[in-house]
Design a protein around this ligand. Structure first.
Ligand SMILES: [Fe+2]
Ligand SMILES: [Fe+2]
Length: 139
């Protein structure tokens, strides 16, 4: 069974954003798959953790640029959530590099954070963004 299945609840209806969220879910599942191997490979786990840090960084910029362009009023709180994720992901990566066993903690944190953030915090910008983009299209 897939550790973190992609469900319609995670789908926001913006192609680029959904594609990026899907990639984050894919990386989370890749970490899970590696941990299910009889002997998980350290380099593979490190590569997934690094990939997540990189990819979330880019994804957060895409969302924050959209917020800034359209004046999304919840930007500071949303950005604080992104920053909280980045701090935790960096902490996990650093501890991993120091030889600590963080894989299970990372996997659980990722699933929980992504579901909460996409379904609640990202979903909250949909009405605003839809009307901002519609206004832009008719302007
Ligand atoms: Fe977000
Ligand atoms: Fe997002």
């Amino acid at each position: 069974m897939t550790f973190m299945p992609w469900t319609s609840e995670l789908e926001l209806g913006f192609e680029e954003i959904d594609r990026q969220h899907q990639e984050l879910v894919r990386l989370t599942n890749a970490l899970h798959e590696e941990l299910c191997c009889p002997i998980p490979r350290r380099e593979a786990i490190g590569a997934v953790l690094e990939g997540l840090v990189d990819y979330t960084h880019n994804h957060f910029i895409v969302e924050e640029v959209l917020f800034q362009r359209h004046g999304y009023p919840e930007t500071p709180a949303h950005q604080a959530e992104h920053n909280g994720f980045t701090a935790k992901a960096m902490d996990l990566l650093m501890r991993f590099e120091d030889g600590e066993e963080v894989s299970i903690e990372a996997m659980e944190f990722l699933k929980e954070w992504l579901v909460h953030h996409i379904c609640k915090v990202d979903r909250a910008y949909l009405p605003f963004l839809r009307s901002a983009l519609a206004r832009e299209a008719t302007a």
